[in-house]
Design a protein around this ligand. Structure first.
Ligand code: ASP
Length: 305
């Protein structure tokens, strides 16, 4: 194995149609998150530590649709989905429709570490997190002015039956390979604006929004969850890596298949165990940033290449 690119990390801040005014902040956000994750890798920590650090950083950044700054459901509440997976032993943890936690990815990590279940949802997930000593926050704490305004705008649009506006995504995710060639992935989201309460998207479904296996690589998806779920996008991308495709090529093939089979909009980032990084999306933009052993300073972008 050529290990010159190890360690490596790639993060995304969502695929979709970003307004031009939000481009600089999205690029800055993913750049900082990639740097945060890479610092862990450079200090000899695992890919798992790195993806958790990067995703946690983006959950705390109110400009992204995860943790603080999540979109609101049709009832004006916040319900988060998140997952983490470690490629060495396939251990995984995930939460769906979780309310009241600033860092849902840390609840997912607690489920992974505890090891009995993979996915907990709603009230059960909340009780599990509280039982494991994670602190909850009040109902309004994760709601930003920006998301409240978007929710009101969307409610009025629906009342007037006006055409749907461009969908803005802001889900966050990371995939990393550490110096030992182990891989991990994590993803976190508030889901889709005005979603029906209880709706769970692709993010916490292993193999759809999040997947990691040392035998192929790690991947995190973003976009229309209902389309990503149907094709198992991250599992498919990692299978393509395992079959010998390069990381960029695997990402393009997987997103191309999703486009043809579902006509949905999505993007994926991935890393192979040798530190090869790839991404692809069929939306107008997807913010992403990456660092590896040969390029420790984050390289960020948002347009298609
Ligand atoms: N995939 C997320 C979901 O459907 C949304 C997104 O990536 O923006 O919940």
């Amino acid at each position: 194995m050529n290990k010159t690119r190890l360690p490596a990390i790639v993060v995304h801040g969502g695929a979709g149609i970003y307004g031009d005014d939000t481009v600089p902040e999205a690029i800055e956000g993913v750049r900082l998150a990639a740097a945060e994750g890479f610092r862990k890798l450079a200090a000899g920590e695992s890919a798992l530590c790195a993806v958790l650090a990067a995703v946690r950083h983006l959950e705390d950044d109110p400009r992204f649709n995860a943790g603080t700054g999540s979109v609101l459901t049709a009832e004006g509440t916040v319900e988060n989905d998140a997952a983490v997976m470690w490629g060495e032993d396939l251990s995984a943890g995930a939460v769906g429709a979780l309310s009241g936690f600033a860092n849902p990815v840390l609840v997912a990590e607690e489920i992974r570490r505890e090891g009995t279940h993979v996915l907990l949802a709603g009230e059960g997930a909340r009780r599990f997190a509280l039982g494991r000593g994670l602190a909850s926050v009040g109902p309004g704490v994760l709601v930003t002015e920006r998301q409240r305004a978007r929710w009101i705008e969307e409610r009025e649009r629906r009342k007037a039956a006006a055409p749907a506006p461009a969908v803005v995504h802001g889900t966050v995710g990371a995939a990393a390979a550490d110096a030992s060639g182990h891989v991990a992935a994590a993803t976190s989201t508030g889901g889709l604006l005005f979603k029906f309460p209880g709706r769970i998207g692709d993010t916490p479904i292993i193999g759809a929004g999040t997947f990691a296996d040392d035998l192929g690589g790690a991947a995190s998806a973003t976009g229309q969850g209902e389309a990503i779920l149907k094709v198992g996008l991250t599992r498919r991308a990692v299978e393509l890596l395992r079959a010998g495709h390069g990381a960029m090529e695997a990402a393009r093939i997987a997103v191309g298949e999703l486009s043809r089979r579902t006509r949905g909009e999505a993007g994926v980032i991935l890393v192979d165990p040798a530190g090869g990084i790839g991404w692809a999306f069929n939306t107008r933009r997807m913010s992403r940033a990456s660092c590896d052993g040969a390029h420790p300073e984050p390289a960020a972008g948002i347009e298609a290449d």
